[in-house]
Design a protein around this ligand. Structure first.
Ligand code: IMP
Ligand code: MG
Length: 189
């Protein structure tokens, strides 16, 4: 859904910048360094679209060992009270059998999405599944969710954030910083 552009601009103007581009770049450097242990393991990186787009791009540009890349697009089935069912918009094309898989997403919040994707990878007989996220919102965890990602860039407080792949109603994924939305924008526009 498109929104009036003055509303979209106002959401950014009133938001609080939590992390600058420089802070994010240095977080991506650290994340990439932590992934170096995979250099002999021929890993398959799986980007969780759409939010993981910037994170995967920043990481891949920093990794110089052999790796393969694919993407998945999954969304949580809202009506399911168990909360762990995901709907696939796009399953990975690559076979996961016996692969070392690194699932890359923008944020670990409730952890349900990542938990579902990790169990999917294991059900597809991946040898090992690691998780890497740009942001961790520890206060958001839900029962049954992933508690901790293997590689984390930066930690954020209990705020709705956007920028660097994360969106506000589909907008502002293109920003180079991370912003926290002003609470007055939490209700539907
Ligand atoms: P969860 O960990 O199952 O709650 O879901 C994580 C997904 O929800 C992420 O991949 C994001 O797409 C989305 N998400 C969670 N928190 C935020 C936020 O603060 N801003 C934008 N998207 C978010
Ligand atoms: Mg997402």
């Amino acid at each position: 859904m498109q929104l009036p552009l003055d509303h979209v601009h106002e959401a950014l103007k009133t938001a609080e910048c939590l992390y600058t581009e420089a802070q994010l770049q240095s977080a991506f450097d650290k994340m990439a360094a932590q992934l170096d242990f995979l250099k002999e393991q021929d890993p398959l990186f799986l980007c969780v679209m759409n939010g993981g787009l910037i994170t995967i791009a920043e990481l891949l540009r920093r990794l110089s060992f052999p790796l393969q890349y694919d993407y998945i697009h999954a969304t949580r089935y809202q009506a399911d009270t168990r909360g762990s069912q995901i709907i696939w918009r796009k399953e990975p094309c690559s076979t996961l059998v016996n692969r070392v898989v690194v699932v890359v997403d923008d944020i670990l919040d409730g952890g349900i999405t990542l938990a579902s994707i990790v169990s999917y990878c294991k059900a597809q007989l991946a040898k090992k599944v690691y998780t890497a996220v740009m942001l961790d919102k520890p206060s958001g965890r839900l029962l049954g969710g992933v508690e901790k990602a293997d590689v984390v860039g930066l930690t954020i407080p209990d705020r709705f954030v956007f920028g660097c792949g994360l969106d506000y109603h589909g907008y502002w994924r293109n920003l180079r910083e991370i912003y926290a939305l002003d609470p007055k924008f939490h209700s539907k526009p």
